[in-house]
Ligand binder design. Sequence first.
Ligand SMILES: NC(=O)c1ccc[n+]([C@@H]2O[C@H](COP(=O)([O-])OP(=O)(O)OC[C@H]3O[C@@H](n4cnc5c(N)ncnc54)[C@H](OP(=O)(O)O)[C@@H]3O)[C@@H](O)[C@H]2O)c1
Length: 330
Amino acid sequence: MKAVVYDRYGPPEVLHLEDVPKPAPRDDEVLVKVRATTVNRLDCHTREANMTSGPVVSTISRLISGVRAPRRRILGSELAGEVEATGAAVRDFKAGDRVFGLTGLRFGGYAEYACVRESARITHMPATVTFAEAAAVPDGAMNALWSLGQVKLRRGMTVLVYGASGSIGTAGVQLARYFGAEVTAVTSTKNLELVKSLGADEVIDYTKEDFTKNGKTYDVVFDAVGKHSFERSKESIKPGGYYLATDGFRNLVLAPWTALFGDKKVSFTIPPRYPKRDLELLRDLIEKGEYRAVIDRRYPMERVVEAHRYVDTQQKVGNVVLLISSEGRA
Ligand SMILES: NC(=O)c1ccc[n+]([C@@H]2O[C@H](COP(=O)([O-])OP(=O)(O)OC[C@H]3O[C@@H](n4cnc5c(N)ncnc54)[C@H](OP(=O)(O)O)[C@@H]3O)[C@@H](O)[C@H]2O)c1
């Protein structure tokens, strides 16, 4: 089968197409004919062994992915496709089922076929979307669900989403609204209309206004892009409120510290936990028209280097899809 592989850490150019053996499912696995996958920040960070995040993070990244070279040659942590075959013990899926899910650090989505355990974060696709639209759902939305789940969101609570145009941010705006919160989305001028269309009650253009200086306070500040900080946003958080982090070593120290001291908490747990029931919830929300993955660009598998270069700019809006076959559009 055709796959995008890499054998050393580095820039997007380390990725190339190769013919590799087609995997065979074990007893508890399904063999998925992959139609679409994504290029997300996890793929890009893993590809370059997190070197841009400094030596400490890079060392941890290599301990996870392979010290000298990547242990797993095929990236792609989310996918959508069709079940081609099932192992003897598989009960919930059969050949022909349309499925989507998250392979996480096992990756494997950048290939024509991938084996996924039945018990992993994989489920039947929403009936209403294409493979490309389904592939773009799991990573950002499950991260947003995990982050927002740290707070018991109640109707009428106020949530500010910083970095509202990213993969996690576009999901965070929609899901905070779904849980009944009043949402303020912070983004740059070009993405204001998009975040309004996702249901934000208020929008702030960070190129024109600093939300930390407008005198308003929120129950939750959700830094969905890892570009803000607890210290800078502290005065905008209500007493008893939360700063939800998605990135930043410093937050690993601040989380336990603020749990003991002060009346404003930082929440940041690594690794985040993504239960399968969250994927099922997302499928139901999509079918009811209450959630959609935002797709910025779609690239055919052959243009994977270009796709990674684009995601490396940190300017993608929502998600970038990699089409493994022309049926990815269907
Ligand atoms: N998604 C993942 O795979 C994943 C996994 C684990 C952890 N994380 C972490 O979670 C965070 C979010 O990831 P993501 O994939 O959702 O991000 P993303 O999609 O790459 O975010 C891109 C968006 O961020 C906005 N942005 C860029 N610089 C900004 C700034 N200085 N202030 C405010 N917004 C800015 C840009 O919009 P504007 O033009 O409006 O600025 C752009 O639309 C990252 O820190 C990442 O390391 C991500």
